[in-house]
Design a protein around this ligand. Structure first.
Ligand code: FO1
Length: 307
């Protein structure tokens, strides 16, 4: 079975690892959000690509939810002592990746080529495909005006109430041709449990992406369990957007695009509110086995849609 997995950062990356354990590099590729990218300290930083990369390399920092495990912080602490900007925490090993990517981009490589150079160097065989090679920057609309995503998410700790989102550059951004090519021969698409508004919507808003998915079965896994996001501000955003923070509300967000939905056991009693075929399984991924089991459940569900 050949599928495209769509993912953002932390939550989605967990299922991505499960899928990578179950499917070979010619059976699954990962399309990842780049709307969180930003220029910082002269570096091009791609947080969701990095979360996915570290997850696939099984080197992600589990307690932080981002960055690399076994990290040290000499650089950022020294930068602090020199009066530099340190609200965005960059670990010593993580810094090497940002410097390597920035160097490759400055040599004229595309974000896709730079990402491939890094994933290859880290022994990752599966393809990590940035949603576009063009600049797209997510802004969050708040009562005090638009906020660049990392300022909202990290500097302001997701405290400002959101009223909407904007993906600057999305109109002129070209969907990564590798995604179009991969989808050509695919049997289905899995939307991993990432934030629908800021991690998945940027991909869906790229010209041509939803058309490319038209003829394929698309399954989404709810990132909301029991009215809460496992990680991140999705539930808070939904409340601020006057949308119920519930699995059915996420299914409704993807209405028209998805053919099937996956909800956690916790939300079994809400499954019948969802108009499209829905399965109820454990979606809370603590162990590697949880990740693999969810991947198997999702793939089994996807197979029921193959005409
Ligand atoms: N998130 C934080 O909450 N605090 C940080 O200091 C931080 C640093 C950081 C460095 C590199 C990186 O790739 C991600 C980092 N993140 C940090 C997470 C990042 O903001 C989020 O992963 C995404 O942008 C949202 O998914």
């Amino acid at each position: 079975m050949k599928i495209l997995a769509i993912t953002g950062g932390v939550g989605g990356a967990k299922l991505a690892l499960g899928l990578a354990k179950v499917l070979s590099p010619d059976e699954v590729a990962f399309a990842v959000n780049t709307g969180d990218d930003f220029e910082h300290l002269g570096l091009h930083i791609s947080p969701d690509i990095d979360s996915l990369t570290y997850a696939l390399a099984e080197e992600n920092n589990a307690e932080l939810g981002w960055g690399r495990e076994g990290e040290t912080w000499q650089f950022i602490e020294t930068l602090e002592s020199l009066g530099g900007e340190t609200w965005f925490r960059l670990g010593d090993k993580d810094m090497a990746l940002h410097i390597r990517r920035t160097g490759l981009l400055e040599e004229g490589q595309s974000l896709t080529e730079a990402t491939a150079a890094i994933t290859n160097a880290m022994g990752i065989e599966h393809e990590v495909i940035p949603m576009t090679n063009d600049p797209v920057r997510t802004f969050v609309h708040t009562q005090d005006g638009p906020l660049a995503f990392q300022h909202y998410f990290v500097r302001d700790r997701c405290e400002p109430a959101v009223s909407g989102f904007e993906f600057q550059g999305i109109e002129n951004a070209t969907l990564n041709p590798r995604i179009t090519e991969w989808v050509e021969g695919a049997d289905g698409v899995v939307i991993c449990p990432s934030n629908p508004y800021v991690s998945v919507d940027p991909l869906l808003k790229l010209k041509g992406f939803t058309d490319a998915l038209e003829k394929l079965p698309v399954i989404a896994v709810s990132p909301i369990v029991g009215g809460m996001a496992i990680k991140g501000p999705a539930a808070k955003m939904m409340a601020e957007l006057a949308v119920p923070a519930s699995a059915p509300a996420v299914a409704a967000h993807y209405e028209g695009l998805i053919d099937g939905f996956v909800v956690d056991e916790t939300d079994r009693n809400q499954a019948d509110e969802i108009k499209i075929p829905t399965i109820v399984v454990n979606t809370i991924m603590v162990t590697l086995e949880d990740r693999v089991q969810l991947a198997r459940d999702v793939l089994g569900f996807l197979r029921t849609f193959r005409g």
